[in-house]
Design a protein. Structure first.
Length: 225
């Protein structure tokens, strides 16, 4: 018994001299490091097999080239119904009339009686309309940073011209985005661009196959039915 007491006293004295602290059992692997402990604690980046380090955001400056991924889509579904009915009854009778004689107006006698007119108007109008539209625009274009605003936002412009034989495709884009919207792969999504303006035009055989003629456009513009 004296030997065990002596060993315990020596151990406590050694801990007090080394300035260490005694730790009890702890089932958690992610224990908090002691102030004087130089061993690093367990981290997800060093212990997880599924951990993927996030790349830092790309650093861009004036006149740099970035990629814009355009994915714009919209849909509209509208329904309307009109039911209108109008009924009218009129009855008219002419009691007095005038006659021009020698540049003078005189009462005209009604020998055949007073003219009368009566009738009934019954009108019914029904309309049921349904409109459903859906469109999408997807392409990738390279843009140049043409200006940096005082608040750090970037102004970009992009122009693309493609010609294959007689077919021509022209695309233009402009807008403003924030610095944090630039992805690590130097790409910006169109949904993060403010003041977005996109112009896409086609000229050639492909366009001629489905475009309307000027007479059709004129009729659609001023058609009353």
């Amino acid at each position: 018994m004296r030997a065990i007491s002596t060993i315990a006293a020596v151990g406590l004295a050694a801990l007090s001299l080394l300035g260490g602290a005694a730790l009890a059992q702890n089932s958690s692997l992610f224990h908090q490091d002691l102030p004087n402990d130089d061993s690093p604690g367990l981290k997800v980046s060093t212990t997880s097999w599924l951990f993927q380090r996030v790349d830092p955001p790309a650093q861009v400056k004036l006149h740099d080239i970035i990629r814009i991924i355009v994915k714009e889509g919209s849909s509209l579904n509208s329904q309307g119904q009109v039911d209108r009915r109008k009924t009218g009854v009129f009855n008219a009778q002419l009691k007095n009339w005038v006659l021009l004689r020698n540049l003078n107006l005189e009462p005209a006698p009604m020998r055949s009686g007073q003219p009368q007119a009566n009738g009934t108007l019954d009108q019914e109008y029904q309309a049921d309309t349904q409109l459903q539209t859906k469109d999408s625009l997807n392409f990738v274009i390279s843009a140049e940073i043409v200006d940096i605003r005082p608040n750090g936002n970037f102004v970009v412009e992009a122009h693309q011209h493609i010609q294959i034989n007689e077919d021509i495709w022209d695309k233009s884009l402009s807008g403003v985005f924030r610095r944090q919207d630039v992805l690590p792969n130097n790409t910006v999504l169109s949904e993060n661009i403010a003041e977005l303006s996109i112009d896409k035009r086609e000229v050639g055989h492909v366009r001629d196959g489905y475009r309307r003629g000027w007479l059709t456009r004129l009729y659609d513009r001023f058609s009353i039915f």
